[in-house]
Design a binder for this molecule. Sequence first.
Ligand code: MTE
Length: 305
Amino acid sequence: MLIRVPKGWDLPEREATPESAYWNRRELLKAAGFLTAAPLLGAGPYPAKRGEDYAIGTQETEEWAATSYNNYYEFHPTDKTAVKGLVGKFKPMPWTIEVTGLVNKPQRLDLDDLLKTMPFEERVYRFRCVEAWAMTVPWTGFPMSALIKKVEPKPEAKYLRFVTALRKDEMPGLKMAPWYPWPYFEGLRMDEAMNPLAMFVTGMYGKPLPTQNGAPFRVIAPWKYGYKNPKSIVSIEFTAKQPRTFWNDVASSEYGFYSNVNPKKPHPRWSQAQEKVIPKMEMRPTLMYNGYEKWVTAMYNGTEF
Ligand code: MTE
């Protein structure tokens, strides 16, 4: 028999403050100078100041849609709409990120410290999954280059390898699909990671990332297909050799290392000329490098797709 012992936070209904009274009280306290707006949103840089340098004018996807349609195989390997309902056990804080490999300052980074010290901003980026669905999201994060400079890569470091969380008790998809080469791992070339568009992201829509979108720490490289944007990163290794990647290990003829968005290069099983915008799945043309040509073309010689 399950006996439920009430916890300190289990307030009986009659003792709870009605929401309207609670808000009125907050407003009064705020007016009296006892509160600022910040504690309402919790710790962290949210909402961060919006940067417009890389804005390309695509209409933002509504928050409910971007947070309800997810590829996150550790939680559900096939149903994108189920992920959101399966993340309840995942604990995104506290969080540390191990930095290893070819750097002068290998270290264990505490995410709380990064939240206080990194140059956070909000940027609205297009996002394009290799499966052809697309969205546009205001991400909160900081340039990947800021973290790279902090750890001082050695001259031999040519790539970054990212490894993500593996928590069997918190991620039900791991048991549903044990044949995948967990944990999820990805990589970028050093110049790609130093490109000003590349970000480490901790928030979206002015709030901390929800687990289904990669809490608490993920990559966003908007000119690449979605799977190059790993979620819940726990380690970053600097390497001399091109690292292997999860999807390339699973199906090398379908998912290359670069995976730059290219409407002219079909996936072996479908065209990439068009994309479907969530949630209504309206079709629109796919853009070269997902619309970010002017910032990334110079990094490539035309063969890296
Ligand atoms: N990261 C991890 N750890 N596990 C995943 O299954 N899926 C990738 C990428 N990062 C994935 C991941 C794929 S295929 C896509 S399209 C994007 O996350 C989806 O990000 P979103 O759910 O925030 O839209």
